[in-house]
Every structure is written in C-alpha cells, then in structure tokens.
Design a protein around this ligand. Structure first.
Ligand code: SAM
Length: 396
C-alpha cells in the first residue's frame, strides 16, 4: 500500500472508532476485509490510528472535523506536512480536501492549552489537582507512543541472559532503571511473541512501572499471597517469579484469568486459582493485592480511546467499586499481614483519596508506604499504597 492508501485505511478505521467501536476490534475488522495488506501495512495503519486517538482533540481541531478524515488531515498539519499532497484522490489516496477542510488550517501552537494537550476538559481540574506542576508535561507525554517493556523471569535467567537470548532472535533491548527485571525493547518489538525467550518463559510483556510497584510489595518465602483482582495475572506472575511463596489468584470475572495457567506454566511457577467462595474460605493471607479496576489514565498511551470514553458517571462507578474491593480484601488479610492497593491511574480520586477514606473508616490500619509513577519516568502511571494493621496496645 502507498503511504496515502495507508492513511485512507486509517480514516476508515477511525470512523469506526469514533462511531463507538473499540479500536482493536475496528483494526481487526479492517485487516480481515483487506487481505491485500501486508504486515508492514497493518503495522503502519495501526500506528496512524493509535497516534490519532492519542491526539484526537488537537488533530480533529486542526483537520476541521470530528471524523477520520479530520483526524488524519490534522495529523499531517500537526507534523507540519501539507495534507493536500496526500489528499489528492489519486489511486487509493483519500479524495481532495474540501473548502471547509482547507479553511481549517493551522498548527499546534494556535490551539488552546487543553486542546493542544489533548486533555478532556471535564478531567482537567482533577488532573491539574493530582499532578500539580507536572500537569502539562504528563499530558504532553500521553500524546506519544509508550515504549515496550519486558519483565525478565529471574526464576529462569538473569537480565543479561534474557538480553542475549532476545538478541539471537533479532530483538534488541536495554536494561531500564525502574526495576532489576525490566528490559526496554529498542528494536523489533513485533517479534517478541514468536521469540524463544518468550515461548520458554524467560520474559513476559510488562510495563516497567508495573514491575517497579510489584518490587515494592513485601513478600517472604512461604507466605500465602492473594492477588484479589488478578485479571490476566501479570502481577501474580511478577511476584511469583521473585519469591517462593504460595500464590493464589482471584477475579470477580474468572474468564479474565483464562490464560493464567498457561502463563504460569511457561514461567515455571505455581498459582492456584480461587473462586470468590474459595477465596473467602482460604483466608487469611499474609499479603493481599488489590489491583483494582480504574480509569487507566496512567496507561492512556496504550489505550488512547479510554481517555475519550471515560465519563463522570463511569469514574464515580469505578471509585465505588474500588471502595468495595478494598473493604472486602482487608477482611482477608491476617493479623500481621499486608494489604496492597494498586491502580494505573493518575487521579488522586482513585489513589490517595481512596486510601484516606479507607483509613478514616478503618482506624486499625495505617499507610506504611506509597509509590506514585507517571509517564515522565518513561513507564505507565501507577499508584501503590501498602497498608498494615496498627499494632494493638494489648499485643505490645
Ligand atoms: C486492573 S485489572 C487487573 C489487572 C491484573 N492485575 C494484571 O496485572 O493483569 C482489574 C481487575 O479487577 C477485576 N474486578 C472488578 N471488580 C472486581 C471485584 N469486585 N472483585 C474482584 N475483582 C474485580 C476485573 O475483572 C479486572 O480483571
């Protein structure tokens, strides 16, 4: 496909996404309809679509319309390219610019702050309050693609060993400072899933920030550890690779854990999957992690449509669910145990405010430590609070 045909394809996919369809599904549907497209074409169209979604407001403003054409015209203008060179109707190129599209010209510096930063207006006060003087730089960072990170499975190899094995498969990586298990992929990320290092369980895909917060959770040999919102189990596996403890995984939606047994086998670790009734019966645990559902605002570079789909009502629902989970999970923690609360959110409302509320209602707990990461550190944004029970006077 020519560069112009790839842009025309991205316009089709973006129109699907703007009509309310998920980005991944829209890309898959386009690829099925477009058997002529090779892997390079699919990758290029995907890159256009995700870039346009990260920059949706600024691009569609520069392009003059809230649709796929508007987004791609704006993308070219934001990069100081003349859209008339591509939008000329030749071959498979998009049709020529309309007078309205021509009239909507401009560049990024002409736009208002929130449009330029691609920050949804209703969220700006919350993000400003949560990020303080980092507001502009974090919003700016969210406009760019996230790096690909791998977690080295120290049960099977060293970081250097993984780096060399990956190199044999043509994948270049470099160590990342956020965790002793983190490798940042420099070249050929699309080869990872077929590489021997991945197939043999030497590495897993996991953001460096996620690895960093998992490093902060105190797990000792032989302890009983419950990942209460396990999802795909990425965090269970990170803890299990570090310490020979006894690991349990639970999720309100068991189908989310469907791949966990295969992933655990590949990693050479054991994880017992628990239903909700079994989790309650198996309590108490030494460590309970609640990696709660959240806005995902720290990971908007990877799921940019989530930035525009989040609503006030949805955020309120999430905050309510987070409260419920934290209260429930606390009852599963043994007397001297640890309760870890994690989100991939940048918002105080989902982070420290939740912990303050919990501590107000549960005076026997205290905050032992807190970790906050934003995309400025190169990783996704994360929050982790480690909670411990206060030592009662009777036991001293
Ligand atoms: C942020 S995701 C977890 C991601 C996972 N820890 C990982 O590293 O891949 C949140 C998970 O919480 C689960 N969840 C939602 N409500 C829950 C509840 N009330 N109890 C337990 N899990 C819940 C969701 O099904 C979802 O899989």
């Amino acid at each position: 496909m020519t560069p112009a045909a790839r842009i025309a394809a991205a316009i089709d996919v973006l129109d699907q996404v703007f009509a309310g369809n998920p980005a991944e599904k829209s890309l898959i549907n386009w690829a099925r309809r477009s058997r002529f497209a090779g892997s390079g074409d699919r990758a290029a169209v995907r890159d256009h679509v995700f870039d346009a979604l990260r920059n949706r407001k600024s691009y569609t403003t520069l392009g003059g319309a809230e649709n796929g054409r508007g987004a791609m015209i704006g993308a070219l203008r934001a990069n100081n390219l003349d859209p008339a060179q591509i939008f000329n109707g030749e071959g498979y190129a998009p049709s020529s610019l309309t007078p309205e599209e021509q009239a909507a010209s401009g560049n990024l510096s002409d736009l208002s702050e929130l449009v330029r930063l691609d920050c949804p207006e209703w969220l700006a006060p919350m993000l400003r309050n949560s990020l303080g003087e980092m507001f502009e730089s974090v919003c700016g960072a969210l406009k760019f693609r996230a790096p690909v990170f791998l977690r080295v499975n120290l049960r099977k190899t060293s970081r250097e060993g993984a780096l060399e094995t990956l190199l044999k498969d043509g994948i270049t990586t470099k160590p990342h400072a956020l965790s002793e298990t983190a490798l940042e992929v420099v070249e050929n990320p699309r080869k990872i899933l077929n590489s021997s290092a991945f197939r043999d369980g030497l590495v897993e895909l996991q953001d460096a920030g996620s690895q960093h917060i998992m490093d902060q959770i105190p797990v000792a040999a032989g302890q009983r550890v419950l990942d209460y919102c396990a999802g795909g189990g990425g965090k269970t596996l990170a803890m299990a690779a570090r310490e020979k403890a006894v690991f349990f995984a639970h999720d309100v939606d068991p189908s989310r854990m469907a791949d966990l047994p295969t992933r655990a086998k590949r990693a050479g670790v054991r994880v017992k999957i628990l239903s909700s009734d079994d989790a309650s019966a198996a309590a108490p645990f030494d460590v309970v992690l609640c990696d709660v559902p959240c806005s995902g605002s720290g990971a908007w570079r990877r799921s940019p449509d989530a930035k525009w789909n989040l609503t006030k009502d949805r955020l309120e629902d999430l905050i309510w669910v987070q409260d419920e989970i934290l209260q429930k999970a606390a009852t599963y923690v043994g007397q001297d145990g640890t309760l870890a609360f994690a989100t991939c959110s940048l918002l105080n409302e989902e982070n420290r405010d939740q912990i303050n509320k919990f501590l107000e209602n549960n005076s026997d707990w205290h905050l032992a430590s807190e970790t906050k990461l934003t995309p400025i550190e190169g990783c996704d944004g994360f929050y982790l609070a480690i909670l411990k029970r206060k030592i009662s006077k009777k036991t001293i």
